[in-house]
Design a protein around this ligand. Structure first.
Ligand SMILES: C[S@@+](CC[C@H](N)C(=O)[O-])C[C@H]1O[C@@H](n2cnc3c(N)ncnc32)[C@H](O)[C@@H]1O
Length: 257
């Protein structure tokens, strides 16, 4: 601990010789970051979307302006632009306080294609983890009341809430076709149930996003997606900041790294 502090102080002293230089400040942050969390990778700072006022207002509404989710929030919004001309409804499995559904409903409200949004959540937190999920999660984690999501999404028309354990209420939308499905339930079994249910109901060009894909704390969700797609032409495309997606009908056969 003392050595860590000494190293950090040395880096800060060096920085004080040129305290206003942003490149030096970033370098100092990176060096101190390596001491505190070895292996942590900072990314290139200040992409233009960090300054997008509408997007920042959205993040503020969900108290996420400084959170770890901002890259994934922006990434999902970009994917919603890709499906703009694809016919079909939208769905989210694992809604919590409604942040991702807010973006989906916002996109639906601007889309030329009429869409309804289907919202699935226990609103009693996550279900019981199984062996595939490791030991990070406990049943009931991430409980938020349905009213919180309801209030957050109040401004949007065209949505239905299905409170209950996945997949108990999926049969209510079994005749529906989808253009966009966002699954964010953290665990193996409900992710597997979701991908199995929605895959055959996705129109060509529709996008399936698993928010938990590739995250170390969600090995079960990652496994569920890979297992299900193992005999399908589509494979998960892993995003740099966590999350993965596939596009229905688009073959992904190239394996790099
Ligand atoms: C990480 S949160 C979702 C976050 C949300 N997508 C967002 O944008 O902020 C996980 C959600 O999945 C729900 N959940 C987990 N397992 C579930 C299951 N088996 N059935 C229904 N809902 C479940 C939890 O209640 C919780 O709201």
């Amino acid at each position: 601990m003392i050595t860590t502090l000494r190293k950090s102080v040395r880096i800060l002293r060096e920085l004080m010789r040129d305290p206003k230089n942003p490149a030096k400040r970033l370098e100092a942050l990176n060096k101190i970051g390596q001491i505190l969390v070895p292996g942590y990778r900072f990314s290139w700072p200040d992409p233009d979307w960090w300054h997008n006022p509408a997007f920042n207002n959205y993040l503020k509404q969900f108290n996420e302006i400084e959170g770890y989710n901002t890259q994934r929030r922006w990434g999902m919004a970009q994917l919603l632009r890709v499906i703009d001309s694809v016919q079909g409804d939208t769905a989210e499995c694992g809604v919590y306080r409604g942040a991702a559904s807010h973006t989906i409903l916002f996109a639906n409200s601007k889309s030329s294609v009429p869409r309804h949004h289907h919202i699935f959540d226990s609103f009693d937190g996550i279900s019981t983890p199984v062996n595939e999920d490791g030991n990070y999660w406990t049943r009931g984690d991430l409980t938020a009341s349905e009213q919180i999501a309801f209030d957050a999404l109040r401004e949007f028309e065209g949505k239905t809430f299905y409170r209950g354990w996945i997949p108990d209420r999926f049969h209510e939308v079994e005749q529906t076709r989808f253009s966009f499905v966002h699954v964010d339930v953290d665990l193996y079994q409900p992710t597997k149930d979701s991908i199995a249910f929605f895959y055959p109901r996705m129109n060509p060009g529709a996008i399936f996003v698993c928010d938990d894909y590739g995250l170390k704390v969600c090995p079960g969700a990652t496994k569920a997606c890979d297992e299900f797609l193992s005999d399908k032409p589509e494979k998960m495309i892993s995003m740099p900041d966590g999350a993965g997606y596939f596009i229905k009908g688009l073959t992904t056969s190239l394996d790099l790294y």
